[in-house]
Design a protein around this ligand. Structure first.
Ligand code: BG6
Length: 488
């Protein structure tokens, strides 16, 4: 009963929000290096230069002029450049993860640290950096779980190939995969191809200049082919590799029992099931093909693409779970609230975080059941957590009981999914186990960690690490394999 033996308790981060060292050790630029900070009211901006020399910016997620190239302005603060500086603090941070008793640690590799332009040139210094990191993790018995691509798109590929809209990008990505698979084949067993593949759009993550649906879906097709080929290649390099996909799971409820609302919820949930259907079952689902037909979207496939997708299905589903949403039928008014990189209808039954995200532990159990019933593959909660304002008390303590309470409920929901629903859940890596830059808003004050980092939204601070109250609490949870959730 309870969590299985060997359950992968740990924490999760991503290079673009944590690593920093953006111009160090031979690293090349990525699109996210040209994205400013913001806050709950101020959008993050993409800074660019047109080929005729005009410097300008657009809201993150909006279309860029066709001839724009990413541009770093000298007088602008970009939070990803230093982030919370894992690049220089990795030893100290891993020691803190080990102190909490982590069995696993999910991180991403920065594509441009390995291939500075995203092309077929390799930066040995970048490879050596991650060698040290993996060795340090293994020294403590911590299993690395690596996201191959977490939002960062090599700037060179965005500027010159319009990113994932070009078929060539598949080849460059596979070269990067082959390089890291070969290098780390004896150090890393758990991999994931693309972080939150279902919410990738526009220039920041796909490198595409337009926001046109036709172009986005063509890019998504290229991601599917790239992911499937990476899975096959990885298994050839080391048959023990476990290679998963990763989806941003936002469970959508119907706003009422009105059949129109039920249908609206079904359709919203299909938006994420589409990505799992392709990567787990190995084929485009009928509902998506029909939608393409209706909208006149034509995916250009090369001969053999369908077979590649069929062959390269994933070993497990990794997913993020923070919140649920509500859908209502067309024409029906609904109060909208902010969600994970989108706006959703408000659920009157749920409380929200300081950033407006609906807190819904039961939704996690439902999500686990729905996924397991449909796909029958192991599941891995690779992101979950509460973004909150943390107060440092005069004595230096940080009493984040709200975070503990959030995790108590979500861990209990996972336990129910295992014990009552028979879900095969292999691990739990809470997001931003150490404070990192927020992806949605670019802020530092939206914190998720068990470990506090002294840094503010203007990049000021000592970078000193300190343990929050939740640090010892999570240690006790891991020690008891999820049995002792009490907060004394
Ligand atoms: C997920 C991403 O969408 O949610 C992370 O995979 C992100 O990169 C996390 O940080 C939380 O979102 P935010 O906007 O609070 O950082």
């Amino acid at each position: 009963m309870g969590f299985p033996e060997g359950f992968l308790w740990g924490g999760a981060t991503a290079a673009n929000q944590y690593e920093g060292g953006y111009r160090e050790g031979g690293r090349g630029l990525s699109t996210l290096d040209a994205i400013t900070g913001g806050d709950i009211h101020t959008p993050r901006m993409v800074t660019f230069k047109t080929k005729d020399g005009k410097v300008d910016s657009v809201k993150n997620g909006e279309a860029l002029p066709e001839n724009a190239i990413g541009y770093i302005k000298e007088d602008q603060y970009y939070p990803s450049h230093i982030a919370t500086d894992f690049y220089h603090h990795w030893k100290e941070d891993i020691a803190l993860f080990a102190e909490m008793g982590f069995k696993s640690y999910r991180m991403s590799i920065s594509w441009t640290r390995i291939c500075p332009n995203g092309t077929k040139e390799v930066n040995e210094e970048g490879l050596a950096f991650y060698d040290q990191v993996f060795d340090e993790l293994l020294k403590y018995g911590i299993e690395p779980v690596v996201t191959i691509n977490h939002f960062d798109m090599p700037m060179h590929l965005a500027d010159n190939f319009d990113g994932w809209s070009s078929r060539e990008t598949i080849d460059y990505f596979l070269f990067y995969c082959e390089t890291i698979f070969n290098r780390y084949k004896d150090k890393v067993k758990y991999w994931m191809t693309f972080n939150e593949i279902n919410i990738l759009r526009s220039w920041n993550t796909l490198g595409i200049h337009s926001t046109d649906e036709q172009i986005r879906y063509q890019a998504v097709h290229h991601l599917f082919v790239a992911s499937a080929k990476a899975v096959e290649l990885g298994h050839q390099i080391n048959p023990d590799f476990q290679i998963g996909m990763m989806v941003c799971y936002i469970l959508t409820y119907p706003g009422s029992s009105h059949p129109g609302d039920i249908l609206a919820a079904l359709q919203a949930n299909r938006e994420l099931e589409f990505f799992m259907d392709v990567q787990v079952k190995g084929e485009y689902p009928a509902f998506k093909l029909k939608e393409f037909e209706r909208k006149g979207i034509e995916i250009k496939k090369e001969p053999g693409d369908d077979e590649i997708i069929k062959k390269g299905t994933v070993d497990y589903i990794g997913f993020s779970y923070y919140m649920s949403a509500v859908a209502v039928r067309e024409g029906e008014d609904a109060e909208l609230v902010i969600g994970n990189q989108m706006k959703v209808a408000k659920n009157p039954h749920l409380e929200t975080s300081d950033w407006g995200w609906a807190i819904d532990p039961t939704g996690l159990r439902i999500a686990l059941s729905k996924m397991y019933d449909r796909y029958k593959v192991p599941l891995f909660v690779v992101e979950n957590g509460l973004g909150a304002y943390d107060e440092v008390e005069e004595d230096g303590s940080i009493n984040d009981d709200y975070r503990i309470e959030y995790f108590q409920k979500h861990i209990a929901a996972m336990k129910d999914a295992i014990e009552l629903d028979g879900v095969d859940l292999i691990g739990f890596t809470p997001w931003g186990c150490i404070d990192i830059v927020s992806a949605g808003t670019g802020e530092m004050k939206k914190r998720y960690g068990f470990i506090y980092v002294d840094l503010d939204d203007d990049g000021e601070g000592t970078m000193t690490r300190s343990r929050k109250k939740s640090f010892d609490w999570y240690k006790q949870v891991i020690e008891s394999n999820g049995e002792n959730l009490s907060n004394n």
